[in-house]
Design a protein around this ligand. Structure first.
Ligand code: ADP
Ligand code: 5GP
Length: 187
């Protein structure tokens, strides 16, 4: 199924690395990008934007799975997350901010998709970011453990690996990658 007339750009990486922050900056700076809003069954974090996701129940999510309504979906640390199939095919380049299993599914359906995998400068810094965001202690630990599993798989699948040390430098680097890939794919 075609989901965009443009590029599919997958931004993946372990929890707390800064993916959500980065993609917000990308879409603010580049009008040709369109950010997909995922569905999730996890609860909204205190202070989290109510539009960060479509927050749903498990049964709503499962109905949409049964109706083939997701481009990809997975279960991550006990909750469902999925990219809804867009209602209209966009002309813009579609940005998906998703974990590694979803990235693998998108790459297998859309081999031309551009996959950028984001790593933290260190595990300690990732931990600081998770705590700073207000994640509960057991969630911090679960996300750090999950990162050990996700990183080798994500880095092997990726077209580019970017280390999110300084935020502005990371956003600049990713905009450069996107612009290079657009030029390379132009007919
Ligand atoms: P993810 O979407 O990967 O789980 P978030 O975007 O929620 O991560 O970022 C986790 C926390 O780290 C947030 O509080 C965010 O403001 C902060 N953050 C993101 N990028 C950086 C950076 N380069 N340097 C310092 N803090 C950052
Ligand atoms: P969080 O609970 O921290 O918001 O998200 C947990 C993980 O799920 C993150 O790695 C995030 O990128 C990923 N995620 C968010 N939306 C989707 C989605 O639609 N599909 C998949 N596969 N992963 C998602």
């Amino acid at each position: 199924m075609s989901i965009t007339a443009g590029l599919v750009i997958v931004v993946s990486g372990p929890g707390g690395v800064g993916k959500g922050t980065i993609v917000r900056h990308l879409v603010e700076r580049d009008d040709a990008l369109w950010l997909s809003r995922s569905w999730t069954t996890r609860e909204r974090r205190p202070g989290e934007d109510e539009n960060a996701y479509v927050f749903t129940t498990r049964s709503q999510f499962e109905s949409r799975i049964n109706a083939n309504g997701f481009v990809e979906w997975t279960e991550f640390l006990g909750n469902y997350y999925g990219t809804p199939a867009p209602e209209n095919v966009t002309e813009r380049d579609l940005v998906l901010e998703i974990e590694v299993d979803g990235a693998r599914q998108v790459k297998s359906q859309h081999p031309e998709a551009l996959l950028i995998f984001v790593l933290p400068p260190s595990r300690d810094e990732q931990e600081r970011r998770l705590r700073g965001r207000g994640d509960e202690e057991h969630k911090v630990e679960a996300r750090l453990r999950k990162a050990e599993e996700e990183e080798p798989i994500g880095a092997a699948l990726a077209d580019y690996v970017v280390i999110n040390d300084d935020l502005e430098a990371t956003v600049d680097e990713m905009l450069e990658i996107i612009s290079r890939e657009r030029a390379a794919r132009r007919p």
